[in-house]
Ligand binder design. Sequence first.
Ligand code: PA5
Length: 447
Amino acid sequence: MENISLQIEKALGFVAAEKVAAYEADVKKYSQDLHNGTGKGNDFLGWLNLPSSITDAVLSEIEETAQKLRARCEVVVVVGIGGSYLGAKAVIDAVSNTFDWLQTERKNPVVVYAGQNIGEDYLYELSQFLNGKQFGIINISKSGTTTEPALAFRILKKQLEDAVGKAEAKERIVAVTDAARGALRTLANQEGYKTFVIPDNVGGRFSVLTPVGLLPIAVAGCDIRQLVAGAVKMEGVCGLDTAYAENPAAQYAAVRNELYKSGKKTEILVNYHPKLHFFAEWWKQLYGESEGKEGKGIFPAAVDFTTDLHSMGQWIQEGERTIFETVISVKTPNYQVEVPADAADLDGLNFLAGKRVDYVNKMAELGTQIAHIDGGVPNLKIEVPQLNEYYLGQLIYFFEKACGISGYILEVNPFDQPGVEAYKKNMFALLEKPGFEEATKAIKARL
Ligand code: PA5
């Protein structure tokens, strides 16, 4: 079976191959630091061996709970934000039929999301959508105290209990949170919800292969065993025993840091399949939160091509030359669509008759790569054999491992996120949360 593969050749006109090769010793040391727990943030390395250490019993428990929700609910609301929602949405969107949720005859429940924003209209419209439907809730928060999901859960829990009664609501709510700490743990214990634990040593953005991601993904009807199997495969491929030149995570970490040093401050993750839009959102969080600190870090951006070639394409081709692209290229689509012949040929497309749509997409991809390289944009390419759970598992682990190494190359702690607290303190002060009296006075004096 093939694996995902990284191609860096199209970046080597911008940074010398010898310079990338020169990272070998550093990358080896940083990889060992990860595996030995001797680097920064070493209390958050639980993700490193997660794929190979997930037990069959845990997977079965997740599948059984998912089955229970699937049997009771036509809609399941996943409540969470950041690392507590993006991984699940990334995988579900990437492998599910795009239009399935619009079908009246479905084998899978519709999965919707809440707690990832504080939009009042969003919550109102969600409540309206859920009205009269059989719905359940997966409430995910590692800290158990995050405002956005807590707020959404309070509203949705009331709606569910009002609709079906407390006893039935209890059967349709699952909490994924810390083993002992946080308001969600207390609430779940008191209400008697089924719970799953997020391990202490796995941070939010690295948690997609824990019940945080696996439970919603299983509820959506996706194959979590294949997802984990793909990740296990990459755990080996990106492991300590793989030579530097053969190790995609090591190569990616090195080349993106060398590009950064050469002035390429923004990395754009590119896809040619709209199903990967939220995979890029997951990737943005992984790299943005891991590396953007101490006044450093590549800015992670993303575009959907060819859609965004008709908007951001201009900037990428001719704007400030501080960017590089990493293209996720899907080798073989899951389905085939051929361009039909047309006798009148008024649109002039008969030259494509009998060709597959993916052939057109691939030529757009190749043409764009050549144009962007000509325009001064280094290109990295990650080839994915097919969009399915197995290869998404590979991609997830590849990006996680590369992120750990890359953060160490940058000499930051890739596993903390001190910067996300600043807005929370101000928000609580402005909301006059008990305990924030001094901060409230101080911030109001500034208004
Ligand atoms: O990566 C992170 O740690 C964050 O994005 C968190 O996942 C996010 O803030 C949600 O936190 P919690 O799961 O504690 O509600």
